[in-house]
Design a protein around this ligand. Structure first.
Ligand code: 25A
Ligand code: L14
Length: 339
């Protein structure tokens, strides 16, 4: 089997570390790897398949001897470095929001739109974490009944904000438990321990946040259907890992809960956990570390005489929402003989 030269940029971050684990765990055909980060981490060590590697400084030349680079170092880093990697013939799979809505850049969830990957499109965007898990669940329902409208509320883990978000919840919780003064908010707008914050990213048009508008715009692009209307409310919750979503949809054709369960059960990458009598439904603690998207609480919308369905979606935001989806894009490039 052919093997590939891989780079991970932002390798020491919350997502970068998971990217490394996914490459190991899924036996990615690696010829060589290099781990890149900022000056803060250059020189530190990371382990891959039992071997120790020294983290190198990310530079514009990093793509020269690389087939595929996985980027998760934030939007401004991607804007600066990804074009240089691409110009050197390297595929860049970028986890930031920097390139997602550029017309020429594929925005890909492999179960939904693998056909958007092309040989001459070297920069590929990994969608927003909340959007990936929702699109994975919507796709089989849309193919059968055409989704016209979506109303979604998210319950997003602190790891979405990277290592600093994780540390902030941990430090505040520890201080609370010891009865000490709780450290002030820094990554988040307000204290997150034992609280909810109905703001992720900054406010934008129509008083929606950027995170909410990402769900609206990216869903249309991934599903290849501009007619799908999405209204999202994105909320930060004091959970370390896995985003949860309460999703309401209206479909063109009738879609019973039984049919939705059947479609979702057969869909790639989806697992249905839905047994109300036995209190079975997905929860973020159970999804942590898992490489699937869970759907449960599937039921008819009793407020809608038409075709309304409502359900609950949970997935590990650092895996399907980020590192796993990126590695699956790389696997698809190989499978479809694009790289
Ligand atoms: O710019 P954005 O789009 O707003 O993105 C901001 C952050 O969001 C995270 C990620 O944080 C990103 O930096 N992120 C983005 N998409 C995400 C997603 N879908 C996401 N998180 C979850 N889900 P992170 O801390 O997890 O990862 C940052 C990684 O990027 C590297 N990096 C940053 N600037 C770089 C760079 N690499 C190259 N060149 C640059 N200019 C970063 O490496 C890390 O790998 P590092 O060396 O800067 O950080 C190593 C460790 O240092 C800690 N740290 C981070 N910031 C500081 C810090 N320590 C002290 N002071 C700081 N200011 C981190 O804990 C990290 O482990
Ligand atoms: O667009 O939870 O990938 O703060 C990165 C930060 C998603 C939200 C993105 C967060 C965002 C995430």
């Amino acid at each position: 089997m052919k093997k590939y030269r891989i780079a991970v940029a932002g390798a020491t971050g919350a997502v970068g570390r998971e990217m490394i684990k996914m490459l190991e765990n899924r036996n990615f055909p690696v010829e060589s790897v290099k781990f890149l980060a900022s000056e803060r981490s250059a020189g530190s060590k990371l382990t891959f398949n039992g071997k120790e590697y020294t983290v190198e400084l990310l530079t514009k030349d990093g793509g020269k001897d690389t087939d595929i680079a996985l980027f998760s170092a934030g939007g401004s880093v991607s804007k600066e470095f990804a074009p240089h990697f691409a110009a050197d013939g390297c595929f860049v799979i970028d986890n930031s929001s920097a390139w997602r809505m550029e017309k020429e850049v594929p925005l890909v969830v492999p179960e939904v739109n693998p056909g958007d990957l092309k040989k001459d499109k070297k920069i590929i965007a990994n969608p927003n974490c909340s959007t990936i898990q929702m699109a994975a669940a919507l796709k089989p329902l849309h193919d059968f009944a055409k989704v016209k409208r979506v109303i979604v509320s998210t319950y997003q883990a602190v790891s979405g904000a990277g290592q600093k978000g994780i540390t902030e919840l941990a430090e505040q919780s520890k201080a609370w438990a010891k009865g000490e003064e709780i450290p002030a908010a820094s990554k988040f707008q307000y204290r997150i321990a034992f609280n909810l914050i109905p703001q992720i990213d900054v406010f934008d048009e129509y008083d929606y946040t950027k995170e909410e508008l990402k769900m609206t715009n990216e869903t249309k692009k991934i599903m290849g259907d501009d007619s799908i209307m999405v209204s999202a409310t994105c909320v930060r919750v004091p959970v370390f890992r896995s985003h949860s979503e309460s999703v309401w949809i209206e479909t063109e054709k009738p879609l019973s809960p039984e049919k939705a369960k059947e479609l979702l059960s057969k869909a790639e990458g989806i697992e249905v956990i839905d047994d109300a009598a036995n209190k079975k439904y997905p929860m973020p603690l159970d999804a942590e570390g898992k490489q699937v998207t869970y759907v449960g609480r599937i039921r008819k919308d009793i407020s809608n005489a038409g075709n309304g369905l409502t359900f609950w979606v949970v997935s590990d935001n650092l895996l399907k929402g980020a590192a796993l989806n990126a590695v699956q894009i790389a696997e698809t490039l190989i499978k479809n003989e694009i790289v």
